[in-house]
Design a binder for this molecule. Structure first.
Ligand SMILES: C[S@@+](CC[C@H](N)C(=O)[O-])C[C@H]1O[C@@H](n2cnc3c(N)ncnc32)[C@H](O)[C@@H]1O
Length: 231
């Protein structure tokens, strides 16, 4: 895969465009600890990750790409299950730096790179599965739409998109915890609420996908979905 000379410019535009902007410059080095801390009250990040990997149910002969991979938790877990190679990218240089360190330490076969998920340099119709984990809820709507288009470009005809994002359970402990995390005080409030209660499914339908399966974890605060290209 040759590097695309316009990638840097597009990545820079995406950075400006995103709510998150420079959020992960320092946050990357504490990111895993923060995720684990936040999720202690809803059954733990390990449960979220493990249930998502079970939901994906990867097999060794499939090619996977994780977009917005952060520090690589899902891509690294997939590589452990399949033996790799797995491809994964993120907008944040620092998140990818941490991800690469983890891959070296754990000896996992993952090709990490810095890329804007809405306009990547991956080949067309290359992947059996594209994965997005806990990222869309902090991305602006027009860039989310561009990310969905990009998943279609890189996905094989019979490929699948797997997404796990926070959801708002109807009531109880999960609903209280969701409100704590994404209440009006949160910088992610608006974008997180756009995706709950079927919002993400509606956006994916517009993008040309149909929902095939879904499951929840962590008191209903996370919802995993599997989408196929419709029609
Ligand atoms: C909350 S983190 C989730 C990280 C990881 N997927 C996980 O499950 O822990 C969201 C990530 O999305 C990345 N991101 C946001 N906008 C992006 C874009 N346009 N292209 C690529 N990555 C993006 C951020 O840099 C950040 O690492």
């Amino acid at each position: 895969m040759k590097p695309d000379p316009t990638t840097n410019l597009r990545t820079e535009l995406a950075r400006h465009d995103n709510v998150i902007a420079d959020h992960y410059r320092i946050g990357a080095y504490f990111y895993d600890t923060i995720v684990h801390g936040f999720q202690l009250f809803i059954g733990g990040a390990r449960e979220w990750r493990n249930s998502f990997i079970r939901f994906i149910h990867p097999s060794c002969n499939e090619t996977f790409l994780e977009l917005c991979c952060g520090t690589g938790a899902v891509a690294l877990a997939l590589a452990k299950r399949t033996g790799g190679p797995v491809w994964a990218s993120d907008l944040s240089v620092d998140q990818i730096r941490v991800a690469c360190f983890k891959a070296r330490f754990l000896r996992r076969n993952v090709h990490f790179s810095v890329q804007d998920a809405s306009s990547t340099g991956y080949p067309t119709s290359f992947f059996d599965g594209v994965i997005i984990s806990g990222a869309l809820h902090e991305i602006a709507p027009h860039r989310r739409a561009a990310i969905y288009r990009e998943t279609r470009r890189v996905l094989r005809t019979h490929g699948r998109v797997f997404i796990t994002e926070p959801d708002l359970p109807k009531n109880g402990w999960g609903a209280a915890c969701f409100e704590c995390m994404f209440g009006e005080w949160s910088r992610e409030h608006e974008t997180a609420y756009q995706l709950v209660g079927g919002g993400l499914e509606a956006e994916m339908t517009v993008a040309g996908y149909k929902l095939e399966a879904s499951a929840t974890s962590n008191f209903g605060v996370f919802k995993h979905r599997r989408f196929a290209v419709s029609g």
